[in-house]
Design a protein around this ligand. Sequence first.
Ligand code: NDP
Length: 266
Amino acid sequence: QKSDPFQRQGSEAHVSTDLFSLQGKRILVTGGGRGLGRALAEGLHNAGGQIALVSRTPEQVDAAARSIGSRAVGLPGDVGTEDPAKLLDRVESVLDGPVDVVLHAAGIQHRQPAEEFDRSAWEQLLHVNLTAPFLLSQEIGRRQLVDGRHGSHIFIGSVTSRNFVPNVAAYMATKSGIDGVTRSLSGEWSGSGVRANAIGPGYFRTEMTEPLFRDKERYQKMLDRIPMGRFGNPEELVGAAVFLASDAASYVTGQMLMVDGGWTTY
Ligand code: NDP
């Protein structure tokens, strides 16, 4: 029943927690060297996956892979500049086969009021946060379609895919764009067993959000917007990633799963 886990036989559906196992799946995590990407890579590894982590700082991505475990490999790489086909060739070579799941966690931020927003920062942000994950998924998807393989593409959106946060115009544009890319790919590839979804995190303490935690007034303002009354812990994102990567989500595509303490609900 493995290939069609929810095939009904009479009124019975065979459902087991094995559906969440990532054993045998080859998984690429961009931005895996630190922060949310690193935490998600560890979670995907612990669910049984074989993981390639990619980020720019070689020592960081190596150390992350070593601390995650024996089925994780660190690959220094820049998703913004490296040709996606070449990057994917390197990944497939260390994973010893084609990628089943990609989780795009590489991302950058730039804060500036809209009326002063620096043009080159705008372009860089759009490139790294939106264009690069699209191009990499395009290459992975192309190979999956040609081979007739199933796949799961997981993008990282944000509460800013839905709600306003001040001084991050480019970031908001990219995270709304991620919603569009997710829905486009899911629609175009839905007949082939290649799924595309996103996770929409609330606020989690990482290098990217560190300035917020040092600015008492802004910190409190953000906190006041979160119904659960606290920021998230990176490990609280893992369940969403394991679910979307796994066969448990075989009928889920085109969604952004918000993990935000209720922020975007109210
Ligand atoms: P961090 O800055 O802590 O980590 C970002 C990671 O991406 C690092 O490993 C960094 O490594 C890597 N990276 C950045 N640019 C590139 C690039 N060009 N090529 C390859 N790797 C790159 O950020 P977070 O962990 O907080 O963010 C991860 C994702 O989650 C981002 O997409 C962010 O927008 C999103 N997000 C985060 C939230 C939060 O609260 N933290 C909330 C909502 C969304 P290196 O610099 O070595 O390349």
